[in-house]
Design a protein around this ligand. Structure first.
Ligand code: GDP
Length: 297
């Protein structure tokens, strides 16, 4: 995760730390390299500009340059700015404070890892938080989608709503809510239909399901490997539904980190989970400070 970005930044900071005393020009040279590293990592340009301006302003202050360990101080300033860029000091928790069944609606493009993430989050809530969970697939467009969720449910030990062929997504959502109530389920995850690109019919379907089920969380699943496209997808979805957070998948293969680093600043939406592999347990709560530590090594 973030290997190439981490290597690049590591090189810059080793140089800074090695210098002992620092002049303003040294900081500016280092920041030029950080800027290139972030752009190569596919971080959105306005986000990079803001980041470099803020860090430079703090780092060329006399209290830093005249301190005993100026290199360390600059690295600390970069670290703090990275944490801020990734979403700030506090970890964005799932909000499950509502009368059960609390609904989590999962949305996203086809292939982003939405169904897998639905199963992963269900398992996480069951195993780590002791919740009684149910999942329902509302994807009537892709023939195998409902079956796929059922198989995943069996794998992770979470109940899925029985499949009734021919039902429409809003009918399935209504049935899922009734069933979850009857069975005293704490959290109900609704896996909505994927789409190839942001299209109006499916957006309308998503809104209709949202209106029926009043989700406490609407999580958008995006593939971190798609970089700025992932951020653009998040922008499009957040114009249509009230997203409460993002699940960033395939972080295990993401050497660059552009989507993770731009998401919060561009969309205002917190990343709540990171997908880190294909297995059902390969999901992590997204802690901005831990991720920043990983990037800075
Ligand atoms: P959907 O069309 O959005 O529902 O996508 P799926 O959930 O079916 O996932 C598509 C593929 O991506 C599957 O092969 C998953 O195993 C894989 N996948 C999902 N999340 C991750 C992840 O975090 N890391 C890796 N390496 N693969 C993932």
């Amino acid at each position: 995760m973030f290997d190439s970005l981490s290597d690049r930044l590591g090189g810059v900071f080793d140089k800074l730390r090695g210098r002992g005393a620092l002049k303003e020009q040294d900081v500016r040279d280092a920041m030029r390299e950080v800027r290139i590293a972030l752009l190569e990592a596919d971080v959105a340009l306005p986000v990079v500009r803001r980041f470099i301006d803020q860090v430079t302003e703090k780092a060329i202050g006399q209290s830093v340059l005249r301190s005993v360990t100026p290199g360390q101080q600059v690295v600390k300033i970069v670290n703090d700015a990275l944490v801020e860029m990734l979403g700030g000091d506090t970890t964005p928790e799932l909000d499950l404070n509502a009368a059960p069944p609390v609904v989590i609606m999962m949305v996203g493009l086809q292939g982003s890892g939405k169904t897998t993430s639905t199963a992963k989050i269900s398992k996480f809530l069951k195993d780590k938080q002791g919740k009684k969970v149910m999942m329902a697939s509302l994807d009537v467009n892709r023939p195998a989608a409902q079956e796929q969720l059922k198989v995943l449910g069996e794998q992770v030990g979470v109940a899925t709503l029985p499949i009734i062929p021919g039902q429409q997504p809003t009918e399935i959502a209504t049935r899922a809510l009734q069933s979850a109530k009857l069975q005293a389920v704490d959290v109900l995850l609704l896996d909505t239909a994927g789409r190839l690109h942001v299209d109006q019919q499916l957006m309308d379907e998503m809104k209709a399901v949202s209106a029926i089920s009043s989700p406490r969380e609407t999580l958008l699943v995006v593939d971190s490997l798609t970089g700025q496209d992932a951020v653009n997808v998040a922008q499009s979805f957040s114009g249509e539904v009230d997203l409460t957070g993002v699940v960033l998948t395939r972080m295990d293969g993401d050497a660059r980190g552009g989507a993770a680093l731009s998401m919060r600043a561009v969309t205002g939406k917190p990343i709540k989970f990171a997908g880190t592999g294909e297995k059902p347990e390969a999901i992590e709560v997204f802690h901005p400070s831990r991720v920043a530590n990983r990037i800075l090594g």
